[in-house]
Ligand binder design. Sequence first.
Ligand code: TXA
Ligand code: MG
Length: 350
Amino acid sequence: MDTVIRKISQDITQQEYEYIKEAGEIIRAGGLVAFPTETVYGLGGNALDKNASARIYAAKGRPSDNPLIVHISDMDMLDELAKDIPEQAYALATLFWPGPLTIVLKKKDIIPDETTGGLDTVAIRMPDNDIALSFIKEAKVPIAAPSANLSGRPSTTTALHVWDDLSGRIDMILDGGAVDIGVESTIVDLTDEEPVILRPGYVNEDMLKQVCDTVLRDQTLDDMTRTDIKPKAPGMKYRHYAPTGELVIVSGDAHKTVEKINELARQHDESVTAVVTTEENKDLYNYGKVICIGTRKDPLSISHSLYDVLRQMDDYGMKYIYMEAFYDNVLGDAIMNRLKKASGGHIIYV
Ligand code: TXA
Ligand code: MG
């Protein structure tokens, strides 16, 4: 299959809108289109068509028990897809949609089991990106979309990343440039008594508390060593976002972190060893390929580049990758969650 790329600017010219309509037609005909959102690129298909969902799993090489997020462009679609919707869901949607928040609700029968990996719940979100919203509107159906990467690889934050992973496997890529946030949406489950965060993202616990009195966290988020409990988001059980080389995260006092990373890096051949750091520390490393991911003053600069940097590690053939931990009040939870997954839980505390 030939994969067509259509460049779309954020203002969306008339000609570009025609391409978006073309993408909508592909969806209605059962095809697959990758599209930008504010978090990462999505790999879209018709959420109401079980064959389209099957094609998404096949294109990604993803296990079919891992449900897809359903993307909508207006609030009416929410009531068509979910039932027994609690007031809290409307309150969260009003505050955060369009935006990087996914809400898990009880599903209506209109959504095939293939889309939700056999679950009786559905994860729904309205993305904050005009290209994505126009695309969903023109498709005239809700769009099931996982992140547009091959299963296990880092998510995609540019059209080029999507091309690298999925060209020849999907019909079209809408190229809207680099995404803003760079890590996937927060997932909150509202099907129990209390809201539960299943995956941390840009909308953090404090922000959710503007609407919810209590917010719980899926137990497996804070203790990856627990094998006796399953994460409630099936996708969270897989190793994820991972570069091919060995990734180790070093966490703790800034000075000791630099010392430890320099020591660890020196144990390997310099040509296949990388250090991932920030503006603040970049001059303190003197061995291996030193990559600056952003500045600690702006957590978004780090989340924005995270997957690009992890992908570069593969492009450069790096076998040993040492990376500083990133904690901050806003995005620290989301970034560290991805780094824990990408490193297979390999964190050294200094
Ligand atoms: O930012 C995002 O959410 C991106 C963009 C494209 O919207 N999408 C994304 O999709 O990250 P994906 O498929 O890579 O991750 C979806 C996660 C998986 O961990 C999956 O198990 C979980 O959401 N999930 C989906 N439906 C669920 C449900 N009904 N109950 C619990 N978890 C669910
Ligand atoms: Mg994903």
